[in-house]
Design a protein around this ligand. Structure first.
Ligand code: ADP
Ligand code: MG
Length: 677
């Protein structure tokens, strides 16, 4: 049985070899988790209802045990009836996770609990990577993957049980799945042949909201936490949570045995990379004789292999410290973690429907997230959680996070909903309905992108281009860039570029650029902006055979670039299926910039005065980010990929464009805007 290596092009593993298949009934769990005492009740509740809701403390065994219980129970039943037909049905059980690292690590854990390899009975499927075979019956997957499958079959007929895990997170994808699954339940109930059971799970959620939504679905409370967790708050309000976290880390380090791992929650890659560096530096400087520490970062845009390092055991005489974003918050069990340090903040995207711009901002977490973070400590033995905020501050936090659907740009979601044949988004059965303004903004953006067109009475349908755009797992703006490049004859270049834009920075330690590194980077610099510079790095990387040495010399993040290569392959395959015109423009890079302008035309800024730019869309003042190759260059008109708010508002990843391109791409949109200069 092969498993797709994480840095590899995804592939469906479809082994014919059934000799390695082992039936899993009845296999004792390695440790008796609290949930085992409720096994019978769990099975009954799921099979006697269309939909039910389980609430149980973190660590009680929901994610790893319940899919197994259900599988085992069903196998037993079918063995008795020998129902050949139902065996022919795929009959899968899926369990969705908001994050890929969770889906992969949980699948691997459950497979190992039954002494199998991942990809046999238990597998996973995440964007750009999967490990499943014909034998797979329990599939852990990201909510985004199930949503993509729903595009092909809105009734999700290959699944007999769908578990929507970590419902409290209210990610955009999970929220959309609630609506889709609810519809599928209705349909499958009517058709009778292949009934569907849906299970919504979390440790912390508003059960009434969910129960009401799913027609008064029954709620089962799973008793018991495996191990107690002591929670401590700081006495005084902290202004610098990184500093506070570091002080706490070293206090724990000095006073507890070295085999007790520590998990620190911070907000983003830059913060995490620099904190990891600081910790290493303090240990290495030897000013205080401190015991050794191994420090590992964990954030979304790392290659999967690197993420998986956190799950490795460290020797008993070295302390393991993991510095993570909120991707370490739910679902996962990191072996050896006994202490959690929670900074109380998270980086989230918020969308302003008035301006049409998405903003990445650091915000306070919710109480539900705080409990999830604490929950990472008590999974193998009793633990402690240190919160870098006071008890009063905790009391004032919102109880649950604001659903992503209510604070993000709905263009991607809207396109997906329409692609499933739901023509009026306003009538989609949302668990929490986004406000009309956001829906209108999304529909407007999709119309400008020529992905949809209005038919009668408030309904919309996809255009031919829109149908193509929905096939890409990308922001519709980027899908438009790909289609535009197909027309302009530079799709090869745009595929590379969009792939790089789908991973995190390909430069090493973006936060601490020193002069030497700047010089080194200059050789890749293209005067027309960051996008072409990125493309240049990609091409040079390939020309130098993707070697480690080249990356080291040039301070390039090889893993991220390799991941971009894998993504490119995937996207290229979709382009072939869609019969796009896959051509290279050689060095006629103005075509690439033009194609970028066609997709990113709503992210345009014009030079205003001094170092200020003004966005065309809402006339906000922004500055060019210091990491940009155009920093200080003052071109008159640019498109950008991202708007971020730190001390000031910055635009990042910028390319110089010509006004004619914008007018061509969208005359209606720009006629008034550009002339009002
Ligand atoms: P829940 O979903 O209820 O939060 P899980 O099913 O994820 O709980 O995990 C239940 C317990 O199984 C954990 O508390 C831990 O003791 C154990 N466990 C799960 N995954 C692992 C792992 N990868 N390594 C060691 N123990 C694990
Ligand atoms: Mg879980």
């Amino acid at each position: 049985m092969v498993k797709a290596p994480p840095d590899h092009t995804p592939m469906a593993v479809d082994s014919q070899d059934s000799s390695s298949f082992q039936s899993m009934t009845p296999i004792p769990s390695p440790n008796q988790l609290p949930i085992h005492s409720m096994r019978k009740k769990i099975i009954q509740t799921v099979f006697n209802n269309d939909c039910c809701i389980f609430l149980g403390e973190t660590g009680c065994g929901k994610t790893t045990q319940i899919p197994r219980f259900l599988y085992e129970a069903r196998e037993k039943k079918f063995k008795n009836i020998l129902n050949k037909k139902s065996q022919r049905n795929k009959n899968l059980i899926c369990c969705t996770q908001p994050r890929r690292v969770a889906a992969i690590s949980v699948a691997e854990r459950v497979a190992s609990e039954i002494n199998q390899k991942c990809g046999q009975l238990v597998g996973y499927s995440v964007r750009f990577d999967e490990s499943v075979s014909r034998q797979t019956k329990i599939k852990y997957m990201t909510d985004g993957m199930l949503l993509r499958e729903a595009l092909l079959d809105p009734n999700l007929r290959q699944y007999s049980i769908i578990i929507l895990d970590e419902a409290h997170e209210r990610t955009l994808h999970t929220d959309l799945l609630f609506g889709i699954v609810k519809q599928a339940l209705e349909y499958r109930k009517k058709s009778k042949k292949n009934p569907l059971h849906v299970l919504v799970m979390s440790a912390t959620m508003n059960v009434d909201l969910f129960s009401n939504y799913f027609n008064q679905a029954p709620v089962l409370y799973l008793q018991g936490r495996q191990y107690p967790i002591d929670v401590f708050h700081v006495q005084d309000i902290q202004t610098d949570y990184i500093h506070a976290s570091l002080v706490t880390l070293f206090q724990i380090h000095r006073s507890t045995p070295l085999n007790e791992g520590i998990l620190i929650f911070l907000t983003g890659q830059d913060e995490i990379d620099s904190t990891c560096k600081t910790i290493k530096h303090i240990i290495a400087s030897g000013t205080e004789s401190l015991e050794p520490i191994v420090v590992l970062p964990l954030y979304a845009n790392m290659a999967t292999v690197k993420q998986m390092l956190v799950f490795k055991q460290t020797p008993m005489n070295i302390r393991k410290v993991i510095v993570s974003t909120n991707i370490g918050e739910t679902s996962i069990t990191i072996p050896g973690i006994r202490h959690v340090i929670d900074c109380g903040h998270v980086k989230t995207k918020t969308f302003n429907p008035q301006t049409g711009l998405e903003l990445l901002q650091v915000q306070k977490i919710s109480q539900a997230q705080a409990w999830q973070r604490a929950g990472r400590a008590g999974r193998e033995c009793p633990g402690t959680c240190y919160r870098m905020y006071t008890e009063e501050e905790f009391d004032q936090l919102p109880s649950t996070p604001i659903p992503e659907l209510l604070r993000c740009n709905l263009a991607t979601a809207g396109l997906q909903i329409l692609a499933m044949g739901i023509t009026n988004i306003s009538t989609f059965d949302f668990l929490s309905k986004p406000d009309e303004k956001s829906i209108t903004a999304a529909l407007r953006e999709l119309t400008y992108l020529r992905a949809i067109k209005a038919s009668n009475d408030n309904t919309y349908e996809l255009t031919d281009d829109g149908r193509k755009m929905a096939c890409f797992p990308l922001d519709p703006k980027l899908s438009r860039c790909l289609l535009a490049s197909s027309d302009l004859g530079c799709l090869e270049e745009m595929l590379k570029l969009v792939s790089i834009m789908s991973v995190d920075t390909i430069f090493l330690t973006s936060s601490n650029i020193n002069e030497k590194m700047k010089m080194q980077r200059q050789k890749f610099t293209m005067n027309e902006g960051d996008h072409l510079t990125l493309l240049n790095v990609y091409k040079t990387f390939i020309a130098n055979k993707k070697t480690k040495e080249w990356c080291q010399i040039n301070k390039i993040n090889r893993r991220n670039l390799l991941r971009a290569c894998a993504i490119r392959k995937q996207l290229r395959r979709i382009c072939i299926e869609l019969q796009l015109n896959i051509k290279s423009c050689g060095t006629k890079y103005s075509l690439v910039r033009q194609a970028l302008a066609y997709g990113l035309f709503m992210n345009v800024a014009e030079y205003f005065k001094e170092n200020d730019y003004r966005t065309i869309n809402d006339r906000h003042i922004v500055k060019i980010h210091p990491s940009s190759v155009l920093f200080g260059a003052k071109p008159s008109l640019v498109v950008f990929t991202e708007l971020i708010q730190t001390t000031k508002r910055f635009i990042r990843d910028i390319t110089v464009v010509e006004p004619e391109w914008l007018l061509e791409s969208n005359p209606d949109y720009f006629k008034t805007r550009l002339s009002s200069k």
